[in-house]
Design a protein around this ligand. Structure first.
Ligand code: HDD
Length: 727
């Protein structure tokens, strides 16, 4: 049998931050490395034809599996003998097939067929008076972009030229985050409300029972639906026009469709509609041509775009904006929040503010065009949403869909989706996490920086995204969009005080002890002090007790955002004030040993069970043990059944057994714990010897065996000061 050798490549390609990826299909010896960790700039570095320096391979990288093991033979699977069966241990074969089996991800429910390209956006006219968006602050500002054009109805492998709307999705990687303008080549839409989107899409896709027609709106269900939805008639005009059979993706217009908002640095807002204007002008085919192209070259548009860019004929679009205010909107005979309406340019001309140039084809179709995830919710400071109900629904849908397509909430880490500006937050973990955030600051607020640790990022009220409050009649008063809490939410202490003061004295002592225990484990002095300063707002006595328990000085009282008020204590908030004197659901242990009185044991058991309690017989040995009146088997062995497992304990022992057990540490501990935990201890005469050794003093809850039923499983808190310092 050939032995497999796995020599580590002494000169393995450099890795940065441990992230190294052999990009599939990236050419001879291509490796791709991602730099970036927790928000640094993500870069891609290509190494084409990189030699590994070993003298082997003539400049061609060694073929390896996904874990870096060099592969000696990529033609033959490993088998037992020349004609024997293939071996399961062939990890090379297994990995290759395993990976291949899982190469596909769900295609987009709409816009599955698409073609993408990289490029650049340049601001050609600064409009700081209209928007604070950084990209529009200065003429000449640029940012990288990725654009994906698509048809809507067809599957990923459908033809390029059906009669259909064309998607025109632009991702602008600005220095203040990604801005995704996910539009179409038609300025209006079929429906007014996102509620109808699933119906619209179901109706236009292949009919559910028969699975056809593919990539076509010319069928029953689509026309049935739109015939019942008169709001779609405007869009139908566009869809039946030559706009839906374009000559080239380079020759289509693009529209943001919805009314968005521009917000300037002063917080003033105007409505805006976005338009992309192709520098090549618009051009269409005839229907007959489109049909014939579908046969002649199903990839007509994808090829056309790819070849033009490869040839340096970079397609370009101007970005135009129609900007208007509430007064203009109010005067129109249509609602600007209705996505089935456009604003004629004769009424409101475009201002050209930027230029888009597509200048680089994708290097890998799947990694980029397939995995790109557009989110209309990706807006940047200076751009905001309107109340268009279609847009509002989209804000949820696109984020949601990525989880199902890309499988993880970490889809933003895929290079094509990652912002090119730094990003830092406290999101952590999740499927396919590729970043390695350091430190323990994964929450906020935190004061870890004060302790010399990395405290992580903080919100930026000045420059962070701030939703426009709204200034029309629908967004005044309570309808304003605000990130605030109502004034009474600022009372943080009144009810904490109410709770504390509603407890019994020893419940209060428990709270104080718990705080002492927890805070004694806190190694950050400032944190302990801060908690003490807040406790003073709840109850001065509590704060003083905790400080004393910690041996710490009482710090000044923290300033309350709103002064607490004294509320009348509520007995309902105490466990002890509401405890039930019942045996129901409780468990009582009866300790016995050889020679114990079976009748007495059974008698007690019956009484407890009759009252709804459960009994466990505990003995030094499991047995069956000889007892007075027969034999008895224990449910649990003494050392393995500590008294903490029971609500109360009882013991029925012969004096000589008790004498022996008084020397047994487990038995002494059994009673010691029951006593310290304030449980009922019902005992026979003989047990007294053990009780004495366990430090159990006669008193509340320590009763002769006959008295058990009158005491039951109540806890005897009056005993607590004897077993614990409650000061
Ligand atoms: Fe959408 C994809 C454009 C309404 C739900 N949509 C998608 C794409 C474009 C549009 C261009 C492809 C993006 C890409 O290339 O990856 N969609 C529009 C326009 C709309 C519109 C211009 C109306 C003005 N869409 C719309 C609504 C909903 C969706 C009302 C749901 C409530 N759209 C989706 C989606 C898709 C999508 C299911 C499929 C894949 C994806 O998002 O990422 O979530």
């Amino acid at each position: 049998m050939p032995s497999k050798t796995r020599k580590p490549a002494a000169d393995a390609p450099a890795t940065l931050n441990g992230l190294h990826h052999h990009a599939p299909g990236a050419g001879r010896g291509a490796q791709r490395e991602r730099i970036g960790n927790g928000g640094e700039l993500h870069q891609e570095v290509e190494h084409r034809g990189k030699r590994d320096g070993s003298g082997e391979g003539d400049g061609v990288a060694h073929l390896t599996d996904n874990f870096g093991h060099r592969i000696a033979d990529n033609q033959n699977s490993l088998r037992a003998g020349v004609r024997g069966p293939t071996l399961l241990e062939d990890f090379v074969l297994r990995e290759k097939i395993f990976h291949f089996d899982h190469e596909r991800i769900p295609e987009r429910i709409v816009h599955a067929r698409g073609s993408g390209a990289h490029g650049v956006f340049e601001c050609t006219k600064a409009i700081p008076g209209l928007t604070s968006a950084s990209i529009f602050q200065k003429k000449g500002n640029t940012c990288p972009v990725f654009v994906r054009f698509s048809t809507v109805a067809g599957g990923a492998g459908s033809v390029d030229t059906p009669r259909d709307v064309r998607g025109f999705a632009v991702k602008l990687y600005t220095d203040t985050g990604n801005w995704d303008l996910v539009g179409n080549n038609i300025p209006v839409f079929f429906i007014q409300d996102a509620m109808k989107f699933p119906d619209l899409v179901h109706s236009v896709k292949m009919e559910a029972d028969r699975g056809f027609p593919q990539a076509a709106s010319a069928h029953d269900t689509f026309w049935d639906f739109v015939s019942l939805m008169p709001e779609s008639m405007h869009m139908i005009m566009w869809a039946m026009s030559d706009r839906a059979i374009p000559r080239s993706l380079r020759m289509i217009e693009g529209f943001g469709v919805h009314t968005f908002r521009f917000v300037n640095a002063k917080g003033e807002s105007r409505f805006v509609k976005f338009h992309w204007r192709p520098l090549l002008g618009m051009a269409s085919t005839t229907w007959d041509e489109a049909c014939k192209i579908a046969g002649g070259d199903p990839d007509f548009h994808r090829r056309d775009l790819f070849e033009a860019i490869a040839a340096g004929q970079f397609p370009q679009w101007d970005l135009g904006v129609q900007v208007f205010d509430e007064a203009f909107a109010a005067k129109q005979p249509y609602d600007v929040l209705d996505a089935t309406k456009l604003i004629p340019e004769e009424d409101l001309p475009l201002q050209i503010v930027g230029r888009l140039t597509l200048n680089r084809n994708v290097s890998n179709f799947f990694a980029e065009t397939e995995q790109v995830a557009f989110l209309p919710s990706n807006v940047i400071p200076g751009i905001d949403f309107s109340n268009d109900p279609l847009l509002q629904g989209r804000l949820f849908s696109y984020l949601d869909t990525q989880k199902s397509r890309l499988g993880t909430t970490n889809f933003h880490q895929i290079p094509i989706n990652a912002p090119k500006c730094p990003f830092h937050n406290f999101q952590r973990d999740g499927l396919m996490q590729t970043l390695v955030p350091t430190g323990r600051a994964n929450y906020e607020p935190n004061s870890l920086a004060a302790a010399g640790e990395d405290g992580g990022p903080r919100a930026c009220p000045e420059t962070g995204f701030t939703s426009f409050r709204g200034d029309d009649e629908h967004s005044s008063g309570d309808h304003q969009k605000l990130r605030v809490r109502a004034p009474l939410f600022a009372d943080h202490y009144s009810q904490a005080r109410l709770f504390y003061r509603s407890q019994t004295a020893n419940e209060q002592a428990h709270i104080a002890s718990a705080l002492v225990f927890e805070l004694s484990k806190v190694s950050l002095d400032a944190v302990r002090t801060r908690v003490l300063s807040r406790l003073r707002n709840i109850d001065e006595d509590l704060a003083a007790r905790v400080a004393k328990g910690l041996g710490a000085a009482l710090p000044p009282k923290a300033k309350a955002a709103r002064e607490p008020v004294d509320m009348k204590p509520s007995a309902k908030l105490s466990i002890q004030k509401n405890a039930k004197a019942t045996l129901q659901g409780r468990k009582v242990a009866i300790l016995f040993a050889e020679g114990s009185d079976r009748k007495a044991i059974e008698g007690l058991r019956q009484q407890i069970e009759a009252a709804g309690g459960n009994v466990a017989l505990v003995a030094p040995k499991i047995g069956p043990l000889k007892v007075k009146g027969g034999t008895l088997k224990a449910d649990g062995q003494l050392a393995g059944s500590p008294s903490v497992m029971f609500d109360a304990v009882a013991s029925i022992l012969m004096p000589d057994q008790a004498k022996r057990l008084a020397l047994d540490g487990a038995c002494v501990q059994w009673f010691m714990d029951a006593y310290a935990h304030c449980k009922t201890i019902a005992h026979c005469e003989g047990t007294k010897l053990i009780l004495a050794r366990a430090g159990v003093e006669p008193g509340e809850g320590v009763v002769p065996i006959e008295g058990f039923m009158s005491v039951g499983t109540a806890r005897h808190w009056a005993r607590e000061p004897k077993v614990r310092d409650l000061a």
